[in-house]
Write a protein that binds this ligand. Structure first.
Ligand SMILES: [Fe+2]
Ligand SMILES: [Fe+2]
Length: 341
């Protein structure tokens, strides 16, 4: 079930909860198909948001994913460039962008496929910000967070790397390995982002902390503080998982993109002591199960179909190639290179 703005509804979606008038009379029961008359009734009674059944909203979502994605990229670019010029953040616009993104993210569905198709649309910093926001919203839905929490997660995802706009391009987009000094420069994006976002009273402490702490790790191996048992908070912990996943599955200037299974494997490994295990687990469980039945390219150059996810090693499924089954949990040399759409 999704809570959506009435202004974004199209006739044909189904109500997910009963709607009552201000004097407690039942106006429309759960399951009612929304018509133009119902939309007019909402407007007359100043009803701004309603709960909608997810499957019907999915079919009737007013805006197409591609358009929302491109609009969000524009918004990210605008607020990042303005930040570089020393202008204050337009929080209202950021909030509206996240509202739009939230309406595109459903519990199940083809978000991953849609995101893959948009991956190389723009510079990594911008697409990565939108992707991490989408993934944070998705994790929030998976963890059954309420809409307010999900909104914070979406904002944190969109803003998490805003400090990178202050890092010189030649370091940020350097194709070769960074020197130690350059890496120290990159690390500053967390503090620079925090200084910018923390100044803004309309941005919650939780979001500001996520900007500061998303590279911290529980074992103390992260930055900028690097303390063991870092008190990252929920929002920062979700951003950390989404950030790792998107970085690995995206093409960057210094590395090629890897498959969702490779990313799931990193999350799996890092769930032992580095990342919040509950958040990492929901992510690698969902992502690995999502591709059952999908065609994949293996590192031995053969194409096969994912047929079974081993619950004890979800990142290493059984793949069928013609009539031969490869169990990647025992055939450790074979990996999944790519998902074939
Ligand atoms: Fe970052
Ligand atoms: Fe990031």
């Amino acid at each position: 079930m999704l809570k959506l703005k009435v202004s974004s509804l199209k006739p044909g979606v189904k109500l997910g909860k009963d709607i009552y008038t201000s004097d407690s009379q039942l106006l429309l029961p759960k399951g009612t198909v929304i018509t133009d008359e119902a939309l007019n009734a909402f407007a007359r009674r100043n009803i701004k948001e309603v709960f909608i059944m997810e499957a019907s909203a999915r079919m009737k979502s007013q805006k197409k994913f591609d358009d929302v994605y491109v609009d969000s990229l524009d918004a990210v670019k605008a607020f990042m460039f303005e930040a570089r010029l020393g202008k204050p953040l337009e929080v209202e616009e950021i909030s509206e962008t996240v509202d739009m993104l939230m309406e595109q993210v459903f519990d199940e569905g083809d978000l991953f496929k849609q995101m893959r198709m948009m991956k190389d649309k723009d510079d990594y910093l911008f697409t990565h910000s939108v992707n991490v926001s989408l993934l944070c919203i998705l994790i929030g839905r998976w963890l059954k967070c309420d809409d307010k929490e999900i909104k914070s997660l979406g904002i944190a995802g969109l803003l998490h790397d805003i400090g990178k706009i202050f890092i010189p391009d030649k370091i940020l987009n350097k194709p070769d390995k960074l020197t130690e000094r350059e890496f120290e420069e990159i690390k500053k994006h967390t503090l620079m982002g925090y200084n910018l976002v923390g100044q803004n009273e309309t941005i919650s402490t939780e979001v500001a902390n996520a900007v500061l702490m998303h590279h911290e790790r529980l074992d103390g191996s992260g930055y900028p503080i690097g303390s063991k048992g870092a008190q990252m908070g929920f929002c920062a912990s979700v951003v950390a998982v989404a950030d790792v996943y998107d970085a690995i599955t995206s093409r960057r200037i210094y590395s090629s993109k890897q498959s969702p299974y490779a990313a799931a494997e990193v999350l799996w490994n890092e769930s032992f002591g580095k990342l919040d295990a509950r958040i990492a687990k929901v992510f690698y469980d969902k992502i690995t199960n999502f591709y059952i039945g999908n065609e994949v390219l293996l590192s031995n150059n053969q194409k096969g179909v994912v047929v079974y996810i081993n619950p004890t090693q979800p990142t290493r499924p059984i793949v069928m190639v013609d009539d031969v089954f490869y169990d990647l949990s025992t055939d450790r040399n074979i990996t999944i290179l790519e998902i074939i759409d």
